[in-house]
Design a protein around this ligand. Structure first.
Ligand code: 2HG
Ligand code: ZN
Length: 462
């Protein structure tokens, strides 16, 4: 064992260090298998003090560290490069929910707690942790914070950032910064926690968090409707906003193509007559009358012609079946073909025109590609995934992102930059924005040891 491995072993003990290639395999590559890496080792500390000691040790020895949660990310942000010199620091053993405050509506959890475990802990005291995404059975609190994850409830509750009240982080040199406050209002100085949310472990390691909880809706109405086109989906959104207000928690656009993939690969049938596009809408409330209100919106929408057909779930099981049609899209796509993913934000009224323009641009430059489009229409976030037919991923990214730029959009709404979008980000952000990003990185991680090559190019920092 090398001196470095022996030093790490002395800190985290036998349960906390993996060096065997087969044991490290799952930590070495992202789930889409796009970014195979080779870790120096995998450290699995079980306390903040151990994380701090590992970081101080790595800082002293110039070892780069790649933090990893559930490894469910879409952009290769949590895996090491192939050099065999980067240490993966898995937070998986830091998996305790430390406490819940029902009155103050907060939950404190270590960063390796699986999102679903935290959601269940909140439900047990009749509260809601509204961060919700398809990977919630494996994604961790630290991971969703570090990527500022979105998901299906952003429309009502905001991104992960809006749920974070307090953070504990470990800086690249091992300094522990404890900001685990439960306060709703706290203007005492810099709100430093914000720079660790969504920066994908490039500035430090999130070890624990205090999250805001919400009242748990006692009634929930879930419906799937077919719509003639994306503009009609937006007309339906306006009707829903006017009549259901902020009870709407999810408003998901699904293409007929996506529904077809889920049918093909999981045998799931759609209860609504075939359309080019669909919307999955969910509303929740703690006072009565919600279902009647949704039915009224549905009637109006049918009358206006923005909805063609629809089904309102009659039971929890039916609601979950409708959600399966949405949640299985990513896996169906993976079974169908290789794909070039785009996770774009577009100003909401421009979405129909964006879809037309992006389709035409692909036709011009990459004829014969198929597009799996779905996403969080209520937030202006589309997953515009191009199923590859012998085209270069970089070209496809460029074509789609050029259209995104024309609409003043963003090339990453919720998945982050990771290593997948580093070059594209450098093209799309202004020079002053890039200067500022480098100033922040250099101030906190001057040696460039934190998650190298993620968000910012490796060339600039190592
Ligand atoms: C979702 O909305 C996820 O289901 C995954 O963000 C999107 O597979 C994708 O591109
Ligand atoms: Zn998504």
């Amino acid at each position: 064992m090398s001196d470095v491995l022996a030093g790490l072993y002395a800190i985290v003990g036998p349960k906390g260090l993996l060096t065997d290639q087969s044991e490290m395999a799952a930590y070495a590559i992202d789930w889409r298998k796009l970014f195979p890496g080779k870790p120096l080792a995998v450290a699995r500390p079980s306390t903040t003090a151990e994380v701090s000691a590992v970081m101080a040790f790595c800082h002293h020895h110039g070892v780069a560290v790649v933090p990893q949660g559930g490894n469910t990310g879409m952009a290769g942000g949590a895996v090491p490069d192939a050099s065999g010199r980067e240490l993966v620091l898995s937070l998986a053993r830091m998996n305790h929910v430390r406490g819940i405050d029902q009155v103050g509506m907060t939950l404190e959890a270590e960063s390796g707690v699986v999102l679903q475990t935290a959601q269940d802990a909140a439900l047990a005291v009749n509260r809601l942790l509204p961060i919700s995404l398809a990977a919630e059975g494996s994604a961790t609190i630290g991971g969703v914070i570090s990527t500022n994850a979105g998901g299906v409830n952003v429309l009502r509750y905001g991104m992960t950032r809006s749920m974070v009240l307090g953070l504990e982080v470990v800086l690249p040199d091992g300094l522990v910064v404890d900001g685990l406050r439960q306060l709703r209002k706290d203007n005492a100085g810099y709100d430093w926690k914000q720079i660790f949310i969504g920066t994908e472990g490039t500035l430090g390691i999130v070890t624990a968090a205090v999250l805001r909880l919400m009242p748990r809706p006692t009634q929930r109405v879930t419906a799937l409707v077919s719509v003639p086109d994306p503009q009609a989906a937006l007309d339906f959104l306006v009707l829903a906003q006017d009549n259901l207000g902020d009870t709407i928690s999810a408003f998901e656009l699904i293409s007929g193509f996506s529904i077809g993939l889920v049918h093909e690969h999981f045998g799931l049938s759609c209860p609504v007559s075939a359309g080019e596009w669909y919307v999955l809408i969910e509303a929740g409330a703690t006072i009565s009358g919600l279902r009647e209100a949704v039915e009224t919106v549905f009637e109006k929408a049918l009358g206006q012609g923005c909805v063609l057909d629809g089904a309102i779930a009659e039971s929890v099981q039916q609601a979950s079946d409708l959600w399966m049609l949405r949640e299985r899209i990513t896996e169906s796509e993976a079974k169908e073909s290789k794909s070039v993913k785009h996770d774009v934000s577009i100003p909401i009224p421009s979405i129909p025109q964006f879809l037309i323009d992006a389709g035409q641009a692909l036709e011009r430059h990459a004829n014969g590609t198929r597009v799996n489009c779905f996403g969080h229409l209520g937030d202006g976030n589309l997953h515009y995934n191009v199923l590859i037919a012998g085209h270069d991923a970089k070209d496809i990214n460029r074509i789609v992102h050029d259209v995104v730029d024309r609409f003043g959009g963003s090339i990453s709404a919720e998945h982050g930059i990771g290593q997948y979008r580093v070059d594209e980000l450098a093209l799309r952000r202004s020079e002053p924005e890039q200067v500022l990003a480098r100033m922040i990185k250099t101030a906190i991680d001057p040696v460039g040891l934190m998650n190298p090559g993620k968000i910012l190019s490796r060339r600039e920092f190592r």
